[in-house]
Design a protein around this ligand. Structure first.
Ligand SMILES: [Zn+2]
Length: 431
């Protein structure tokens, strides 16, 4: 009995020691995060979007992680899920496009506008149309009637100036074009997105260099499918604190752009497998280091479609919103070579100063940049309700964003363990 008791004590001591040590061990933190990022951004997650049920696969994976980390369910139902739906346009099949019989690579040579229609037209004459002379909506309406829906692919010049004159953002051009195939030149990098609406037209952005010599023929075989109501899930898990009805919230979106046809994945390793991994790491830490307050961990979906998961949550909160003391949203957390930026720093100077003070005392990160309000991630709707919220993103890395190169191999995790410690200290000592 006594022997057993001593063994138990030494086991507990060792476990506690190992526990304390692992949270100080940069290599341990890096490896743990790396493993999570690799799993969450694996090509088998199909870019955590709307093709091949990528978002559900990711949600199931996260649910298992929440369970393993001993997070509690947010209500009586034994589930972390909060299901809701929204319309979404998808490309779940072929994505073939060619000039003069030469196929172009999806995601590298061309990108489909996310609101586009599918198309099957293997013999299109390429024609160039200059939009520079059109100045009014009336002129545009007349001009638009000259496009043929079949047998032609139109390279549109001066689309930017037309959008400016009509007072619309470029992404809305797709919706004012008629049925047919339209090509826009793309200088440099293209950032893909998710669209909830669907257009009559098929709009393809093609690398500028490929349009220098205008091809004579184009062929396209592209499948699109619009869902008026696609289900998505947020995940909510809780670590109860001594003051159980006061909450700190840590949030990160786990959805990404999904797939541009069945062969082209947008893995979203930096955006936002990295932030989701950090959320899990913080949950891991606080599940063994209980906090004074309860901590709610929310993995949002629908962010890339327009902050839809967090918007749904604030309308259907699982726990009272007015008991939230502070929300920390993390989105893009793969490389902090140049430190971090804090959105809403100007709104919450006390919290921002506290974060900076912890950082300079411990020399964690080279720089913490203050930024004002911005509607660029899931903190936004909380913040608009007057709930104290910040959004933290890291600065550094190779700059792959909303493209097919945002892969796990490209996530450096530079200064990320230090960033993890900064977040832990900030949350642990939050009063
Ligand atoms: Zn993001």
């Amino acid at each position: 009995m006594l022997r057993k008791f001593i063994l138990l004590i030494s086991f507990v001591t060792l476990a506690t020691f190992a526990n304390a040590q692992q949270y100080d061990d940069t290599a341990f933190i890096r490896n743990w995060l790396k493993q999570q990022i690799d799993s969450i951004s694996d090509p088998g997650m199909y870019g955590r979007g709307y093709v091949n049920k990528g978002r559900d696969k990711a949600a199931d994976y996260l649910s298992r992680q929440f369970k393993a980390l001993n997070l509690k369910y947010p209500g009586k139902k034994r589930s972390y899920f909060q299901q809701y739906s929204f319309p979404v346009n998808t490309f779940p099949g072929k994505m073939n496009f060619a000039f003069d019989g030469k196929p172009l690579a999806a995601g590298e040579d061309f990108w489909i506008d996310a609101g586009s229609n599918g198309i099957f037209d293997t013999s299109m004459q390429v024609e160039v149309k200059d939009l520079a002379s059109i100045a009014t909506t009336e002129e545009w309406d007349v001009f638009a009637k000259s496009f043929q829906p079949k047998g032609r692919a139109y390279i549109l010049l001066n689309a930017d100036s037309l959008c400016k004159k009509l007072g619309i953002r470029k992404r809305y051009l797709t919706y004012i074009l008629p049925k047919g195939c339209f090509i826009l030149g793309q200088k440099g990098k293209f950032n893909w997105t998710v669209e909830c609406d669907h257009a009559e037209a098929t709009v393809l952005y093609v690398r500028d260099e490929l349009l220098k010599n205008v091809p004579s023929k184009a062929s396209a075989n592209i499948a699109s499918k619009w869902f008026s109501s696609a289900k998505s899930k947020n995940l909510i898990g809780v670590l109860p604190g001594a003051i159980a009805d006061s909450y700190l919230v840590v949030s990160a979106h786990f959805d990404h752009l999904g797939m541009m046809g069945i062969n082209t994945v947008f893995p979203g390793a930096s955006d936002n497998a990295s932030g989701t991994a950090m959320l899990l790491y913080l949950a891991k830490y606080f599940s063994t280091h209980p906090h004074k307050y309860s901590i709610i961990f929310i993995a949002f979906s629908g962010e890339e479609a327009g902050l839809l998961g967090s918007e749904y949550y604030i309308r259907h909160p699982k726990l009272p919103l007015n008991r939230i003391k502070f929300l920390t949203n993390i989105d893009i957390m793969g490389d902090a070579t140049e430190g971090i930026t804090v959105v809403n720093a100007t709104e919450y100077p006390k919290q921002f100063d506290f974060l900076k003070e912890i950082n300079s005392r411990n020399h964690y990160l080279p720089k913490i940049v203050s930024r004002g309000k911005a509607s660029n991630s899931d903190h936004y709707y909380f913040s608009e309700l007057g709930i104290p919220s910040i959004f933290i993103y890291t600065n550094g890395g190779k700059g792959y964003y909303h493209d097919i190169f945002d892969k796990k191999e490209e996530v450096t995790l530079m200064n990320i363990p230090q960033n993890a410690r900064l977040l832990i200290d900030f949350l642990r000592d939050y009063q």
